[in-house]
Write a protein that binds this ligand. Structure first.
Ligand code: ADP
Ligand code: ZN
Length: 767
């Protein structure tokens, strides 16, 4: 298949070039059906259907009209097929392919690697707005056919008709009936007469509804912002990447840019992108959704003319417009969250993944892909470099670098010789609550540090990774905790709403007057969430301006940006919140960061619990000391000896990995082994358990001996939305035996109607 399609004339996505023959098409469906189906292309549609385009096909005995993606064209039916039994394609849905050859290949890789169907992978790649052609309208244009256009002599016509014809012949762009009547100062009559005599024709075309020429780009951002002189470390980093960035031929090379917080990684990305843009190539920058702040976006818009930002608040038609602009080669840099890895750039020269360790790059619905790994695959297919940047790289990436698969480049010091902030651990076991007061979020040392930082004119950030007021409601008499009726999850009390809320399914319950189990009427409310912390901070610092940032206070679109802007401008003195405040922010006046409870993620039954804790503490500590004043970090914990917390306190990534890697290796866990997780959900626990037992028995018999099973067992969260959950972990040293085992066994056990099966390759969450 030709990968280098030309740009469609109407600006519509991909034209894969002339395709010879092709009376048969292979199509795939957006269903868990892993098969390419063959259809005949009826004579009148030959040449109008190509791979990457959607078509309608008759399916099954009832010939139900079904949407499918064309993935290949063939001159004959597959071997052994009776041509007489092959059905005809009904019609094309898109005028041109939605995706090009390389992305079609990428989706095939995704389907094979993540064990979903090709159609499911394809459907996830094309945004809904593009599929609906949102923001466009089908419009009718008048055209003059070639033979009339080329005729040396035009027939004698009544003056109005002659004027219409002249107008159309002069036109440099397609004109509608309205346009023509306006320009030729006539009514529709003369146009109709011309159509009748065959001197003009009509054609229908999809056109953007927005006024042509309207800019995609906010003009508040001006290009040409100052370009700092790179530090020697940054120069060296860039030199290490230069051969791959400047290569004219294939130059696949993954780089791990490991730089401490504030070491100037973003500046390195910008310079690297400048090099590829200067050669007429494009770049994709993936960031966690939460980092898509105006601050980040501004940095890119200051340096590049044409930046498309793909965030989750775009409307369908905006997304469609961006996609079209990217596909048409009008964009230099695409900045976006996870799904931007599929941006249809045609001359891609570089992919950057910032904060590559972030779990949000993994999609938790089918296809369950990891955008970082897809980015590396896409770079490999295209023969281009890819940069994975982080202060706290995932152990998978670290190991890939250690094994020589990725090139490691480090930035070891902060820009401007700024010191790393000093981190102190506060051992909560020794912090006695003030007599007469319930145990609260702020320890004595933290309150004193806040007073001092604020008195010196600094700003304070407080991290607590739990929202709500009380994090549990328990009956002190029988010990029952209040749980969601649909999920196996303790409810969180939200005081402002006066509701007990399930953070898994969002159900809300009126707090009960008495324990449902034993009738005791004095329930105990315990634990502290951000809502309660806010109240405590307000009462300790009544004269300070305080803002809370969590998904409860940040519901309205734009509220996140508003608070950050106020904080940046110094109008907020204390910013407290969940991990929303931990990521990528750069505020020079923050001189104190407090971590209210470093242990929130530490004790989860998840093999990455330690890694997550290390990352969170190290990242939030990195938010301070970024300006001219040194920063200070106080970390409250019940486990000050825990390696994750101890090493994060010393900004000591190496010691952390050196301690954590052997533990993973001993259990053959990632990055040393691979995990696939099967999750079965169903209304009846027995049925779900039995199904998984059958699968596990077959896997034990049929999988290669190096494949090991953990489970089946009840999942740590045993019930969500009234569905009971069981899981099975399948482990091996490499992906192939996992894939083989699952592919061999699962088709023997069709999933019973009332159950749902999810296959998660390289799972990020194992709850
Ligand atoms: P990171 O992405 O590693 O956290 P940034 O790229 O955000 O680091 O840089 C941290 C701060 O230092 C930012 O304010 C940035 O503008 C500034 N900075 C980065 N590189 C330079 C440089 N070479 N000269 C001056 N300031 C720089
Ligand atoms: Zn629930």
């Amino acid at each position: 298949m030709s990968g280098q399609g030309r740009r469609g004339k109407s600006g519509v996505l991909f034209d894969l070039g002339p395709i010879d023959g092709g009376q048969f098409a292979g199509v795939v469906l957006n269903r868990p059906l892993d098969q390419v189906l063959t259809y005949r292309i009826p004579a009148q549609l030959v040449g109008k259907i190509s791979p990457g385009q959607r078509v309608r096909v008759p399916l099954g005995r009832g010939n139900q009209s079904t949407v499918a993606y064309c993935v290949s064209l063939e001159d004959g039916p597959p071997e052994g097929f009776d041509p007489a039994r092959i059905k005809d394609i009904l019609e094309p849905i898109d005028a041109a392919p939605l995706i090009d050859g390389p992305i079609l290949e990428l989706t095939r890789w995704i389907a094979r690697y993540y064990l979903c169907s090709w159609g499911q992978a394809l459907d996830a790649v094309v945004p809904a707005g593009v599929k609906k052609a949102a923001g466009t309208a089908l419009r009718t244009f008048l055209i003059v056919p070639e033979e009339v256009r080329n005729a040396s002599l035009l027939p004698d016509l009544p003056p109005k008709q002659a004027e219409v014809l002249r107008t159309l012949l002069r036109a440099t762009e397609p004109l509608t009936l309205n346009d023509v009547c306006r320009l030729a100062h006539c009514g529709p009559g003369p146009v109709a007469s011309l159509r009748q005599s065959g001197l003009i024709h009509t054609v229908k075309q999809r056109m953007p509804r927005a006024a042509p020429g309207e800019s995609l780009f906010a003009d508040e951002f001006t290009v040409g912002g100052s370009r700092p002189k790179l530090t020697p470390e940054q120069v060296e980093a860039l030199q290490g990447m230069a051969p791959a960035l400047d290569a004219e031929g294939p130059a696949f090379q993954p780089f791990l840019l490991h730089g401490v917080t504030g070491s100037g990684k973003t500046e390195v990305y910008l310079s690297a992108i400048e090099r590829v843009v200067a050669r007429g190539r494009e770049a994709i920058v993936l960031v966690p959704e939460i980092s898509l702040t105006p601050q980040t976006i501004r940095r890119f818009r200051r340096r590049f003319d044409r930046v498309a930002v793909l965030h989750s608040h775009l409307s369908d038609s905006e997304r469609h417009r961006h996609w079209q602009a990217i596909a048409a080669g009008e964009i230099e840099v695409v900045v976006g969250a996870r799904s931007a890895v599929f941006a249809p750039a045609r001359r891609l020269g570089l992919i950057v993944i910032d904060e590559e360790h972030e779990g949000t790059f993994k999609q938790e619905t089918v296809p369950r892909y990891h955008a970082r790994d897809v980015a590396v695959k896409r770079a490999q297919q295209l023969g281009i470099p890819v940069i994975l940047g982080s202060a706290t790289p995932s152990l998978e990436t670290w190991r890939n670098a250690a094994a020589g698969r990725y090139t490691r480049i480090s930035l070891e010091s902060r820009v401007g010789g700024r010191p790393m902030p000093h981190v102190e651990l506060i051992d909560l076991r020794h912090e006695k609550p003030v007599p007469g007061q319930p145990s609260l979020g702020l320890s004595g040392p933290l309150v004193r540090a806040m007073e001092k930082a604020l008195a010196d004119g600094g700003q304070v950030m407080l991290l607590l990774n739990r929202r709500g007021f009380h994090t549990f409601i328990i009956c002190p008499s029988c010990g029952a905790t209040l749980k969601c009726t649909a999920c196996d999850v303790a409810l969180t009390f939200h005081k402002a709403r006066n509701q007990a809320v399930c953070h898994t399914c969002d159900a809300e319950f009126r707090p009960p007057d008495a324990c449902a189990a034993c009738g005791n009427s004095r329930l105990h409310y315990g634990g502290i969430g951000t809502e309660r912390l806010e109240r405590e901070v307000k009462s300790a610092f009544p004269d300070r301006i305080i803002r809370r940032m969590d998904s409860d206070t940040m519901r309205a679109p734009g509220s996140h940006e508003k608070v950050l802007a106020a904080f940046k401008a110094g109008q907020v003195e204390i910013l407290l919140g969940t991990q929303m405040i931990a990521k990528g922010l750069d505020f020079p006046d923050v001189t104190l960061v407090g971590v209210i409870n470093a242990d929130t993620a530490l004790h989860l039954p998840d093999f990455r619990a330690s890694e997550r804790t290390f990352q969170l503490v190290a990242q939030v500590a990195g938010r301070t000391g970024r300006g001219n004043r040194p920063g200070r970090v106080l970390v409250q914990t019940f486990c000050p000896e825990d390696p994750a917390i101890r090493h994060a306190a010393h900004h000591d990534y190496l010691s952390f990995v050196n301690e954590e890697l052997p533990r993973r290796e001993a259990c053959a866990l990632p990055p040393f082994g691979r995990v696939a997780r099967l999750i079965v959900r169903g209304p009846e626990p027995e049925a779900a358990r039995n199904y998984l037992n059958l699968v596990a028995d077959a896997l034990r018999k049929e999988a290669s001996p190096e494949v090991r099973l953990m489970g089946p067992a009840e999942a740590p969260i045993a019930k969500i939305r009234d569905l009971h959950r069981f899981h099975l972990q399948i482990r091996a040293s490499s992906p192939a035996p996992l894939h083989d085992a699952i592919r061999a066994v699962l088709p023997q056990f069709p999933v019973p109607g009332e159950l749902e099966l999810a296959i998660d390759i390289d799972p990020i969450s194992v709850l």
